[in-house]
Design a protein around this ligand. Structure first.
Ligand code: NAD
Length: 358
């Protein structure tokens, strides 16, 4: 198989972790007889430094011309003083929008070898933890009409953001969740705030309608505040959680933390076609950038997700996941997941160890 992958290394630890993911991808390509062409492009702070913009036109064009996008992370203190439109993070919203990536998929899985990194008590995670959050990515309050009113009727400064969803926006994300549940444990929990928000009442109505098309999937609704609580009380009850943009943003960070390390969790953003953007959930970790200390596993697992979801290469994807498991079982750890009796390795050593086991 021949595929073109747009590669955005980004800022901070971005280049270090992406290099390790490329090493592993290339090993899988050689082993299974594929040809991946990597197209490096700029986005984020490094793009601002070079072009004055976080997301140059050439980057969007290269992403649109590619079969998929692999991203490290963007941003850092160097660009924190910049205003809204030229901030590095704008690049992420811009790519998601340009590629029509409306579904963000974030698995939270507890690795057996890292069970002691989970902050929850043993009896709570007794049944393990393996859930996926499907978050709507390009609607809701983050994209609805927003305004700062310099003086409201009381003479005060005020601001508002509009949480707005149409039926079709809700339906397409619902179908992503039900399709995914069909390949997993066949359970969907839809999260909303239907006791207060009109947009949530529409959300629930559409979800119930879509659920009728998937009679073999167990479906339930849950309010977002209860979900936040249930995630730490009994996370094993969840298989696929589907929710709107802002609730998903918050819940997916909570769900990832219960697995113990931010350096372990991959994510993918998908639209209607097979092209997606794959990235770790963490940021550019400026505190450890350039020191060869970062954990590259989240980015390596993101590359594995790319093989599965965008290229339909499940066997190759599993080979990468198994290699990660094996290296963890052997006791190799980067600093963020280090524990007593384990062997501390650098970012590049971790990449080598995983690549060697493909
Ligand atoms: P962060 O995720 O970069 O770092 C939080 C903490 O986790 C730090 O102590 C860091 O060292 C550690 N950490 C993160 N990833 C790690 C890894 N792979 N290995 C080992 N340790 C790791 O979050 P932050 O400090 O809030 O943000 C730093 C910058 O990243 C900011 O500019 C922020 O805007 C940006 N950011 C970018 C993305 C993205 O590109 N998708 C996401 C979140 C934050």
């Amino acid at each position: 198989m021949r595929k073109t992958i747009a590669v955005i290394k980004g800022d901070g630890i971005g280049p270090e972790i992406v290099n390790e993911a490329l090493k592993v991808l290339e090993k899988a390509a050689v082993k299974y007889g594929h040809h991946f062409a990597y197209q490096p492009v700029l986005a984020g702070g490094c793009a601002i430094d070079e072009t004055g913009q976080p997301l140059p036109k050439e980057t969007i064009e290269a992403c649109l011309a590619s079969d998929s996008v692999l991203l490290g992370a963007v941003g850092g203190p160097k660009w924190d003083h910049l205003g809204g439109d030229v901030r590095p993070e704008k690049a992420l919203l811009g790519i998601r929008h340009a590629l029509g990536l409306y579904a963000n998929i974030r698995p939270s899985k507890l690795f057996g070898a890292l069970a002691n990194a989970c902050p929850l008590k043993d009896e709570i995670i007794g049944n393990g933890l393996d859930l996926v959050i499907v978050r709507e990515l390009i609607g809701g309050a983050y994209f609805g009409k927003k305004e700062i009113i310099e003086k409201n009727e009381n003479g005060e400064k005020a601001a508002y953001d509009t949480m707005i969803y149409s039926e079709s926006e809700i339906e397409r994300i619902a179908r992503v969740a039900f399709d995914m549940a069909g390949k997993r444990r066949k359970k969907v929990t839809s999260v909303d705030k239907a006791n207060v928000l009109e947009s949530s009442r529409l959300w629930r109505e559409v979800l119930h309608h879509v659920a009728k098309d998937y009679p073999d999937i167990e479906y339930s609704d849950m309010l977002v505040d209860n979900t936040a609580m249930q995630l730490v009380r009994n996370p094993g009850q969840f298989d696929v959680i589907v929710t709107e943009n802002m609730f998903g943003d918050i819940l997916s960070d909570e769900a990832s933390m219960i697995t113990g390390s931010i350096g372990m969790i991959p994510s993918s953003s998908l639209g209607d076609g097979s092209r997606g953007m794959y990235e770790p959930i963490h940021g550019s970790a400026p505190d450890i950038a350039g020191q060869n200390k970062a954990n590259p596993i989240a980015t390596i697992l993101s590359a594995a997700m790319m093989l599965k979801y965008s290229f339909d290469l499940s066997e190759e994807s599993e080979a990468i996941e198994n290699a990660v498991n094996e290296v963890l079982d052997l006791g190799y750890r980067t600093g963020d997941i280090m524990s007593e009796g384990c062997k501390l390795v650098s970012c590049s050593e971790m990449g080598n160890l995983i690549a060697e086991r493909i």
